[in-house]
Design a protein around this ligand. Structure first.
Ligand code: MCN
Length: 784
């Protein structure tokens, strides 16, 4: 490991001088995840494992039409069946006190589209949209009864491609958006960019497709809702990355005040961004429980999840880079059409922290202009998928960089090196308004080149074994640390410590990481710290887990609460031991005075909750923090891939994969490595295998796991991970996020490698996914 800076003294607190240099410090240790044992033993339970007395089951009739008017619905044959309680349509929702409309997730639109109704209202706009909700005594009866519902449609022309959708003769999906453009966003200075382009020696340009992906978490979405008429409370147990956000969404759709809704989120079997947004499924389940006065459970089928769960990416981009003959970049100009699906609103072009604001990547680019259009189509809503704007954005400069190098005869590493922001220039505001906090990009590149033995891989000619070899390099920055987070640390009377925090782990290992932070800060044993996420009744407020934010925002929040407790506990201990609190030290849960008198955290807690505290000390041993970092942290890194491409089959063999990532100080290097591994696996999935296919009528052709090629274990290569450590000055812990590093870096690294391998044939670009067939055809076309 190479460090670019000394560890910050971020975790110091009054009276802890012995702790700072302690070899026992847990932060920085690659401890195994405490979450893993029940997972490995098969003891872990999920939403679908939950049940309630008298529970009934819900299943959806989904539209098989992508665009149609709903002219008639006949549910009688379904409701006549024994065991079927109800078959709800929009008319039932309209007759209830629930608005039934999902909140829009965009804050600015150029049109006024209909909100997504929780059951179709007159019209369907994508295949899979829920039309009828059937409730029955068991899930099989419910699923069977959906087939007895008759829905008549008047089909309308459909459009699935975001550029075709803007044609004058394309079908209109929402009347207020005649050309189907939901919003056009602009970022950067167009005039300055035009001038930079006019002054540059040359311009390279590319048309890129960032392929549409379907998040494939092992656990499909699910909910179990119970309405307590006595207490007037709706309890919804569900799959979510963001329990408080889910409560807000349910409140909006169901017209219930937040205080009457409790969202409980147990273990979540993967989210990857798509369990962070409002959907009809959970809302209808909650609504039906209220209507029927019985607990209602719904679990999406895999097909239902693929049809109607948010998809990701799907950009068509025209990108240009103005560059001088010595490789100096003068400007970047981008126009992208982001498919937002029916109703969905792609975060990519809309979020300031997303798409456009990362187009400078790691480079000193004086002028950038980006115009992005979010376009409605008759496809499933598109929203966040691990990276949410970052992979779409970084792919652009990283492909342009290689193309410019190719044209100028400059090596991919060299042209990047010539344009890096200098490590001394931070904080640095880019031409698209992102303020990078810290970075040492050249160091990460050097580490990567060293690990992949870049110098020895120079030849691009066909190797003796008949395969083409190449190396791809991709550098990235990642905006991490959005919003605020709350954390309560409560010490029980017996000294047990419970942390309540508003993030929600769905595979990231927060129960381990937060316990490491609290154990160190508080000076208690790791096993004495329990971490609780996922209950809106227990946790004051929360923003959830997405955008690689939890370590920065949640981590600092729990640390700050632990610090407050430590300070107070030392005062209580000072009172108990008759000593100056400033001189009390804590280690392994024991408070010690300079004269050797000691007491335990249980003694302190007992005193804190008991009578007899001096007036200057408030009773209780609990602290709450609402934390928001000063600014966004920009994680970064460089990935490199060495490939051999077989011209006979088009098969890509990944011979080496090296990832060098910098997420500032690391709380748990093992988890960081795991996060990089998982992200790279998904990034390579996008680059090599995954492609969501709709036909022209808007029918999803890849609606099963057999048709949609998520990489399997044997298709994920060995990878070597290294790190550099550049602390973030934006937060006390000096951390940055890492959860999306792999999905951002791997696609351009792999594409760059394959294009590099095939460059002797004149290949300049290939669109993802680089399936064997795509590569084989490219070679055949080039050779011809
Ligand atoms: N970490 C650390 N030190 C740092 C940064 C992170 O030790 N400087 C560790 C922490 O242990 C933390 C983990 O890495 O538990 C991830 O932290 P962070 O980067 O803050 O990301 P989040 O916890 O906010 O997770 C979000 C991110 C996103 S956006 C998606 S999508 C995602 C992901 O993480 N989906 C996942 N990782 C996933 N992993 C699994 N297994 N399943 C998913 O669905």
């Amino acid at each position: 490991m190479s460090e670019t800076a000394q560890k910050s003294d971020a975790r110091s607190a009054p009276g802890d001088s012995e702790q700072d240099d302690s070899e026992d410090e847990l932060v920085g240790e690659g401890m195994s995840r405490r979450e893993d044992a029940p997972l490995l033993r098969g003891e872990a339970t999920y939403t679908d494992d939950a049940s309630a007395p008298d529970m009934v089951h819900l299943a959806f009739v989904r539209s098989e039409q992508a665009h149609a008017r709903v002219t008639n619905i006949d549910t009688s044959a379904a409701t006549d069946r024994e065991g079927v309680l109800a078959a709800f349509t929009w008319d039932d929702v309209a007759d209830s006190d629930a608005p039934g409309l999902l909140p829009l997730s965009a804050d600015r639109l150029d049109c006024d589209p209909d909100a997504h109704p929780m059951l179709a209202r007159e019209r369907v706009r994508y295949q899979g949209q829920p039309v009828v909700a059937v409730v029955a005594e068991d899930r099989y009866l419910a699923a069977d009864a959906t087939k007895a519902v008759e829905v008549e449609y008047e089909p309308l022309d459909a459009v699935v491609d975001p550029i075709d959708a803007t044609d004058d003769d394309a079908p209109t999906i929402f009347e207020s958006a005649p050309n189907n453009v939901a919003v056009t966003g602009e970022l950067g200075d167009e005039e300055a960019t035009d001038e930079a382009f006019a002054a540059a020696d040359r311009v390279v340009e590319l048309d890129l497709e960032n392929n549409r992906l379907m998040p494939s978490a092992m656990e499909p979405r699910a909910a179990l809702a119970e309405w307590d008429a006595g207490d007037e409370q709706l309890r919804v147990e569900m799959t979510s990355q963001n329990p408080h956000g889910a409560r807000g969404n349910l409140s909006h759709v169901l017209g219930l005040p937040e205080k009457e809704i409790r969202v409980v989120v147990p273990r979540v079997g993967g989210g990857f961004g798509h369990k962070n947004t409002p959907y009809p499924g959970e809302a209808v389940t909650g609504w039906a429980a209220r209507q029927l006065g019985r607990p209602v459970k719904w679990t999406a089928t895999r097909r239902g999840n693929y049809l109607a769960g948010n998809h990701g990416r799907d950009h068509r981009t025209h990108a240009e880079m103005a560059v001088d003959d010595d490789g100096t970049i003068r400007g970047i100009r981008v126009e992208t059409h982001a498919n937002t699906g029916g109703y969905g609103l792609s975060v990519g072009p809309l979020m300031a922290s997303g798409y456009g604001s990362l187009l400078a990547s790691q480079y000193d680019v004086p002028a950038i202009f980006c115009r992005s259009h979010a376009v409605f189509t008759n496809t499933a809503p598109v929203h966040s998928y691990r990276g949410a704007g970052r992979p779409e954005s970084i792919y652009v400069p990283e492909r342009l960089m290689d193309l410019a190098g190719q044209e100028l005869g400059l090596d991919a590493a060299e042209i990047r090196r010539r344009n890096f922001l200098d490590s001394e220039t931070f904080p640095h505001e880019t031409a698209v308004g992102a303020t990078y906090d810290s970075g040492d990009y050249e160091l990460a590149l050097d580490e990567t080149l060293d690990a992949v033995e870049y110098g020895e891989r120079g030849t691009k000619s066909r190797s003796e074994d008949g395969r083409y070899r190449g190396v791809g390099v991709a550098c990235y920055v990642d905006s991490t640390g959005f919003g605020f987070e709350s954390a309560v640390v409560r010490v029980h009377r017996d000294g047990g410590v419970v942390v309540y925090v508003g993030t929600h782990s769905h595979g990231q290992g927060h129960a381990t990481t937060y316990a490491q932070l609290v154990a160190d800060t508080l000076g208690v044993a790791y096993d004495d710290v329990t971490v609780v996420e996922g209950d809106t009744e227990k946790i004051p407020q929360g923003t959830g887990t997405f955008g690689s934010r939890s370590t920065i925002v949640g981590g600092n929040a729990v640390t700050e609460s632990a610090r407050k407790i430590r300070e107070k506990a030392c005062r209580v201990a000072g009172h108990l031991l008759d000593a100056d609190p400033e001189l009390v030290t804590v280690e392994a849960g024991e408070f010690r005075t300079p004269t050797g008198k000691t007491c335990s955290l249980a003694d302190v807690a007992g005193a804190a909750y008991g009578p007899g505290l001096p007036e200057r000390i408030d009773p209780g041993l609990e602290a709450t923090t609402f934390y928001e970092p000063e600014a966004t942290s920009y994680a970064f890194g460089t990935h490199a891939v060495a490939v051999a491409v077989d011209p006979e089959t088009g098969e890509i063999d990944i011979e080496r994969y090296v990832a060098v990532d910098d997420c500032g100080e690391q709380i748990n290097p093992t988890i960081v490595e795991g996060q990089v591994h998982g992200g790279v696996a998904q990034g390579l999935g996008q680059a090599r295998y995954e492609q969501t296919v709709y036909d022209e009528e808007g029918t999803l052709k890849t609606d099963t796991m057999q048709a949609y090629a998520v990489p399997r274990a044997f298709q994920v290569p060995e990878m070597e991970t290294r790190e550099t450590v550049t602390p973030s000055p934006t937060n006390d812990l000096g951390v940055k996020g890492v959860g999306e590093a792999g999905t951002t870096a791997a696609p351009p690294a792999l594409v760059n490698a394959v294009v590099d391998a095939l460059s002797p044939l004149g290949v300049e670009h290939l669109d993802m996914p680089l399936t064997d067939e795509t590569v084989w055809r490219a070679i055949r076309d080039a050779e011809e």
